[in-house]
Design a protein around this ligand. Structure first.
Ligand SMILES: [Ca+2]
Ligand SMILES: [Ca+2]
Length: 131
């Protein structure tokens, strides 16, 4: 996933310049992740995800937050106990997807009323733009 984002010339490899960008980006993300992992569990769950999205300016409904959490949380461990939340790499991915799709929607919602009308091609290009 990260490879796809930082291989900006799409050469299939990450050169030094791309790598420096990647490294800076990862350490920034690690700080963000630690900040929102309030209970220090090593993963983002429930309210932590809600807080993170809210502070990034994404006003997601509880239903959408639950969908994001279900999609990006690691598979539940066998046996009892709380299901594992969203680990670091999956958290970055979730944020990038929410960002990409939100921006695509906002671009299409020119009158800002929260509704868009899309044809098939527009819909496909919107969803395919997400990593
Ligand atoms: Ca946590
Ligand atoms: Ca609209």
């Amino acid at each position: 996933m990260l490879m796809g984002i930082f291989d900006s010339d799409r050469s299939g490899t990450i050169d030094f310049k791309e790598f420096s960008g990647l490294w800076k980006y990862i350490s920034d993300w690690q700080n963000v992740f630690r900040h929102f992992d309030r209970d220090g569990s090593g993963s983002i769950e429930g309210q932590e995800l809600a807080q993170a999205m809210k502070s990034f300016g994404y006003n997601l409904t509880p239903t959408v937050l639950t969908m994001v959490e279900r999609k990006y949380a690691s598979a539940p461990s066998v046996g009892y106990g709380p299901p594992p939340g969203i680990t670091f790499d999956r958290f970055v991915r979730a944020c990038v997807v929410v960002k990409t799709l939100t921006e695509a929607f906002q671009r299409a919602d020119t009158d800002r009323d929260g509704w868009v009308q899309l044809n098939y091609e527009q819909f496909m290009s919107m969803t395919l733009a997400a990593p």
